[in-house]
Design a protein around this ligand. Structure first.
Ligand code: NAG
Ligand code: NAG
Ligand code: NAG
Ligand code: NAG
Ligand code: NAG
Ligand code: NAG
Ligand code: NAG
Length: 672
């Protein structure tokens, strides 16, 4: 008698999962506990009935999942089923304007996502799992940080992630008001309630994502993708939310959630949902009893106090959470400042991209250092910058200028580099140098720089673009070894992927022509700049020489013309007095031209460059002088033409750049 119910139970639990729902609706999570929502990490349901995934502590993960698995594949056809969901969330950052990191609606084979990491992984994956199709993970991320690693488009986006953190497609958070095709922006970390709808029609297939700050669903989604989720889904999956914080942190809240496998999910009414407790206000009535004079006295003391505190503040190095994660050693700002005699003009070594460089001494030692002082006003810039510092600090190569440490004070960064006693290469080749470098020394420096650049491009776990290669950024140590300096402009990206468009930076004459069009720096645009460097080291002049005659104005054109005329050796720096190895010089000049090709695909990679320089392989045949305008150099005229479009070039100017001074006469020249 007892046996049959038991058998039935066994049967139930083995043939189909215990129970699975087709739809549910949480109009707030009041009276809910772990039987209604499975929580892990730091997630909890507040007394007000809000699912709080994380609070504002650093590096947390919080998740809330619907407890039962849901069938996501048709038992008959084995293809994915449609679903529809809507939820209301809010992100309240610890520091206003700085969200970290984000939350994701998640469909996954498990509720606990073992091994997942916080920060940019949103508690979904980790670096070894990232990208593996056996993850069977689908997520829609609401991300408030721009991770270059995952090619995020900005720091306020909605993206669809399938098995990897890099989004299949993403868009800036916002919504369309019905009947209006301009997107209204939504700030994800405003702390306000935001409703999201995710609708998937498996038959088309089509995935729509819609956002709004209202209860009514806009008719136009902000993302609509033709994506088949059949390979992603398993028969039964769990649905829920995952959120994480990094060094910067936000509280992530979910206020209500509706889900439906058999039709459109019901929208939530924002007014019927619980609200976040308002910030505690000062007790009213406190001041009422006080006389005006007391208030005045209080005001005066408070002002005095504030001024005092402010002054104190300016003397103290403020430490923020994210600083603790920055790799290289942090030094006291005051010690560093003192070692440069308070950033005295006399201690200034020159300008590096984005800041002045001073000579100093490492605190409590006799080690000489070069200190770069960079002003970073915005908080956002500071955080990005800190992550760059920690990357640069990990790069080590004998042909790179080593970053030794850093320091920071409000709105200001100091970067500590090895001191290079012989200064920068430009002092030896342009503007009547005191010391003339011999060809052997020049050839050695070229080889050094190419090795340093190859390391940046290929020698590290991520590709590092230098983005500002020029003679002024090649430093010479006491033995005249060439070292690439100034990685302030470096941006990283994964091998094989493409960096997102960023503001074009670089120096006039070293910027690849496609950079001004696309704004996308690549290893190939670094090679272009390296080509310009090769030519100038051989010729002893700048890539654009304003004092030169019109036919000699643009170095690469001039060298090209001479080559066509069969008089290539005439371009070699006359200060070498003919003392050089002709074969090496010819090879370097031709390689310089090849790197300077307008067409990125004609340019060699740094690995190839090194093979040519070391004589391992001869330069390709294509480098035979073209009889007429043609061959691989077609387009050099475009280069000259683009020069005339001064407005596009002007983006390459930076304040305080030595080359800027040289360039200041250009507009005149173009009009004349
Ligand atoms: C939570 O789950 C319990 C037990 O399954 C159920 O009785 C209760 O109604 C659920 N609460 C809500 C708000 O759904
Ligand atoms: C990533 O998670 C997997 C699965 O839990 C684990 O085996 C692996 O060690 C984790 N990798 C890292 C780098 O944490
Ligand atoms: C993907 O994950 C599976 C199972 O964890 C593992 O066997 C496989 O090696 C992983 N593939 C890659 C490319 O990491
Ligand atoms: C992303 O989707 C938009 C349309 O919503 C489409 O135009 C764009 O090409 C897609 N991008 C990628 C990388 O698939
Ligand atoms: C996606 O949005 C379009 C409107 O742009 C609509 O025609 C289509 O039915 C929607 N698809 C789903 C699955 O909701
Ligand atoms: C330098 O020496 C001073 C005094 O001896 C000490 O207080 C300080 O911590 C030292 N700084 C470093 C970076 O070692
Ligand atoms: C060419 C040049 O200036 N060489 C100098 C490099 O630095 C060392 C040490 O500081 C000097 O001895 C060299 O004269």
């Amino acid at each position: 008698m007892l046996l049959s119910p038991l058998l039935l139970l066994l049967h139930l639990s083995f043939s189909i999962p215990p129970s699975f729902s087709q739809s549910f609706f949480y109009n707030g999570f009041k009276n809910c506990d772990s039987t209604n929502i499975t929580m892990n990490g730091v997630a909890e349901i507040t007394d007000d009935g809000i699912l709080r995934l994380t609070d504002v502590r650093s590096r947390l993960i919080g998740r809330g999942f619907y407890p039962d698995p849901i069938r996501f594949k048709s038992p008959t056809t084995g293809t994915s089923l449609s679903f529809s969901t809507s939820f209301v969330f809010a992100v309240v950052p610890k520091y206003r304007q700085l969200g970290g990191h984000g939350l994701a609606f998640t469909i996954s084979p498990t509720k606990d996502l073992v091994g997942a990491q916080p920060s940019q992984y949103l508690g979904l994956l980790n670096c070894s799992l990232n990208g593996n199709s056996s993850n069977h993970l689908f997520a829609v991320e609401f991300d408030t940080v721009q991770d270059y690693e995952f090619v995020d488009i900005d720091d306020n986006h909605v993206g669809v992630n399938i098995n990897r953190m890099r989004s299949v497609n993403s868009t800036r958070a916002g919504f369309f008001v019905d009947g209006d095709s301009t997107k209204q922006e939504i700030c994800l970390h405003s702390g306000k309630k935001i409703q999201a709808w995710i609708d998937y029609d498996a038959d088309i297939p089509q995935l729509n994502i819609t956002l709004s700050i209202y209860s009514k669903k806009p008719s136009t989604p902000i993302l609509s993708l033709p994506v088949d989720l059949s390979p992603v889904f398993q028969d039964f999956m769990y649905v829920g939310f995952s959120a994480s914080t990094g060094l910067l942190a936000s509280s992530h809240y979910v206020f209500g959630w509706s889900f439906n496998m058999t039709g459109k999910a019901k929208s939530l009414n924002l007014h019927c949902l619980p609200s976040l407790p308002p910030f505690k206000k000062n007790k009213r009535g406190f001041i009422i009893g006080l006389s005006v004079s007391v208030i005045l006295a209080f005001f005066i003391i408070a002002t005095g106090g504030a001024v005092y505190v402010f002054k104190q503040f300016n003397h103290v190095d403020m430490v923020e959470d994210w600083e603790l994660d920055v790799g290289p050693q942090k030094y006291s700002y005051k010690d560093l400042k003192d070692s440069t005699k308070g950033f005295h003009e006399k201690e200034m070594l020159g300008y590096g991209g984005s800041g002045k460089v001073y000579k100093g001494v490492l605190p409590n030692s006799t080690t000489q250092i070069a200190l770069k002082r960079i002003l970073k006003e915005s908080k956002h810039g500071q955080k990005e910058f800190a992550s760059e510092i920690s990357t640069i600090g990990r790069l080590r190569h004998r042909n790179l200028v080593q970053l030794l440490g850093w320091s920071r004070r409000k709105g200001e960064f100091l970067l500590i580099y090895d001191f290079m006693s012989n200064g920068s290469l430009d002092n030896y080749i342009f503007n009547n140098p005191k010391t003339i470098l011999s060809w052997e020394q020049r050839f050695k420096i070229i080889n050094d720089v190419s090795n340093g650049l190859l390391y940046l491009h290929e020698g590290w776990e991520q590709t590092v673009l230098h983005r500002d290669i020029k003679a002024g950024n090649v430093l010479l140590d006491s033995e005249l070894n060439g070292r690439l300096g100034d990685f302030g402009l470096a941006k990283l990206y994964d091998h094989g992927s493409h960096p997102t468009t960023t503001k074009v930076v670089g120096t006039l004459g070293y910027m690849a022509p496609e950079l001004t069009r696309t704004g996308k720096p690549t290893t190939s645009s670094d090679v272009f700049a390296f080509g310009a460097l090769l030519l100038e080291v051989v010729c002893g002049r700048r890539p654009i020489e304003l004092k030169a005659s019109p036919e000699e104005l643009i170095l690469v054109d001039w060298v090209m013309d001479k080559w066509r005329e069969g008089r290539l050796l005439e371009v070699v720096d006359s200060r070498l007095k003919g003392e050089f190895d002709k074969v090496e010089v010819m090879m370097v000049l031709k390689l310089g031209l090849m790197c300077s090709s307008d067409e990125p695909s004609f340019r060699p990679s740094m690995r190839q460059v090194i093979r040519y320089l070391e004589g391992e392989v001869p330069l390709p045949e294509i480098l035979a002088p073209p009889s007429e305008k043609g061959g691989f150099v077609v387009g050099f005229d475009d280069f000259a033409a683009s020069l005339k479009k001064m407005d596009t070039w002007s983006v390459g100017y930076r304040e305080g750049d030595a080359d800027l001074e040289a360039g200041s006469g250009l507009p005149e020249l173009v009009s004349g």
